[in-house]
Design a protein around this ligand. Structure first.
Ligand SMILES: [Zn+2]
Length: 441
């Protein structure tokens, strides 16, 4: 798949060029955030990296390399220059450091504590010299049931490294957890009826689910991160026809509509190929944001066909054409979608969609292509019950493994981590597939 995790031996040529100019329509509300991250290679008293030189060579490249899928490049592009990671120290990473600790039993808490103690001995102060810590260690003896783990939100990521280099699908996903993003689910609201939705696995429109790096983050996550400020996200408070530009990519314009849905929010975005993102994603997509928790959104899927990163379903398979919610007297309909622009009718307070005149907005779209497949009406029980305000612990069940095996790449087990006080999110984007369990603590 997209994961080229193994054997990457690129030399670190320095820090990626991250000086993305401020874009029109993106007011310089704040200086770009450059978060100081410290990757530390760690070994155990009974386990070492098989090829330490290769791991050392790949690490700066994975985090700070000029390549488009380094963590720095990925975050810079997806945030449109508003956020990235920079090296906390001039050597860019530390280690390997030998911990007097056995790898057995995946002692993630001790790995974290002992690594931080070692950093303190070297005079490195958390929060000052480094803001984020990414601990990379050899996987062979840990039996950790994950490839990556992260505090949610928080400053720590763990990379349980099987090969000689980690990839953005893991590192970017874990750093997304650090930003406060949980795993993104999918709810099936067949026919677009928001009063009749059921949980239906994982979204494919974000690296926080099955979308991998080519999807970047979705609109709710971008809102949560503060990257759609300055008019890029519009809170819709009156009925009308709204024009959206693509969520990703340079330029100005409205990238997301944010609409009240009872106590929740409905977020609408338009996806279209832009830069390194969305080559295989097209159309207007919708999300339910529970209780204003933008890091815990679910893709609203109005069809029974599912787009995943592993199948060849058309890019607009899960694009919406129409949504209705009787309880909040809301209707949404896509007027046109394609060629980099979409027009969406939003009818609030029981207004009728038909009363909204889309004609003034007919011409600007260059080549309107019809959006998604026609939704199949049907209703099922269970309104979605989704999570929780602040800091969900998101866990996945072992059944992902079945489908993940199709991916052939690194089939790593992903299982329910123990939990406990620490808020940890187990992450393996590439193991996301059909079914998902979530548990909260
Ligand atoms: Zn995760």
């Amino acid at each position: 798949m997209k994961l080229s995790a193994l054997g990457r031996i690129a030399l670190a040529t320095g820090i990626a060029v991250l000086t993305t100019a401020m874009l029109p329509g993106t007011p310089a509300s704040a200086a770009p955030v450059k978060r100081k991250i410290l990757p530390v290679l760690v070994e155990f008293n009974d386990a070492s990296f098989q090829f330490p030189d290769k791991v050392k060579a790949s690490t700066p490249d994975t985090y700070f390399g000029a390549k488009s899928d380094s963590a720095a490049s990925f975050l810079s592009e997806v945030s449109r220059g508003q956020y990235t990671v920079v090296p906390a120290i001039k050597e860019q990473f530390l280690g390997p450091i030998k911990l007097d600790l056995s790898a057995a039993g995946c002692p993630q808490g001790k790995i974290n504590q002992m690594t931080r103690d070692e950093l303190a001995k070297r005079g490195l102060v958390a929060g000052k010299d480094y803001e984020s810590l990414s601990i990379v260690f050899p996987a062979q003896k840990t039996e950790c049931p994950w490839a990556g783990l992260a505090t949610l939100p928080g400053p720590t990521t763990w990379i349980n490294l099987y090969g000689t280099a980690s990839g953005i699908d893991v590192v970017g996903h874990e750093l997304g957890h650090n930003l406060g993003f949980g795993h993104q689910g999918r709810v099936q609201c067949t026919g677009g009826n928001l009063g009749a939705c059921k949980e239906a696995g994982a979204s494919h429109t974000s690296i926080m689910a099955g979308g991998y790096r080519p999807a970047g983050f979705s609109a709710p996550e971008m809102i949560r991160a503060g990257w759609l400020s300055g008019g890029a996200s519009v809170k819709v408070t009156k009925s009308g026809v709204y024009t959206l530009r693509s969520l990703h990519g340079k330029g100005s314009g409205v990238r997301a509509l944010d609409i009240a849905l009872g106590g929740d929010r409905l977020v609408i975005e338009y996806r279209h190929a832009a830069g390194n993102f969305d080559a295989k994603l097209e159309g207007v997509h919708a999300y339910r944001v529970p209780k204003g928790s933008y890091g815990s959104s679910s893709l609203i899927d109005t069809t029974t066909a599912n787009k995943t990163a592993a199948n060849n379903a058309p890019p607009n398979t899960d694009a919406i054409t129409k949504l209705t919610d009787k309880a909040s007297k809301l209707s949404v309909a896509v007027v046109s979608s394609g060629g980099g622009q979409a027009k969406v009718k939003v009818a609030l307070n029981g207004d009728s969609l038909a009363s909204l005149d889309p004609t003034p907005s007919k011409s600007p779209t260059t080549t309107p292509t019809p959006s998604a497949a026609t939704p199949t009406p049907s209703a099922s029980a269970a309104t979605e019950a989704m999570g929780d305000s602040s800091e969900p612990v998101t866990e996945t069940g072992p059944e992902e493994l079945t489908a993940a095996a199709e991916d052939s790449s690194t089939a790593l087990p992903l299982a329910a981590a123990g939990g406990g006080a620490a808020l940890l999110a187990v992450g393996l984007a590439f193991l996301f597939t059909k079914r998902r369990h979530r548990r909260r603590h």
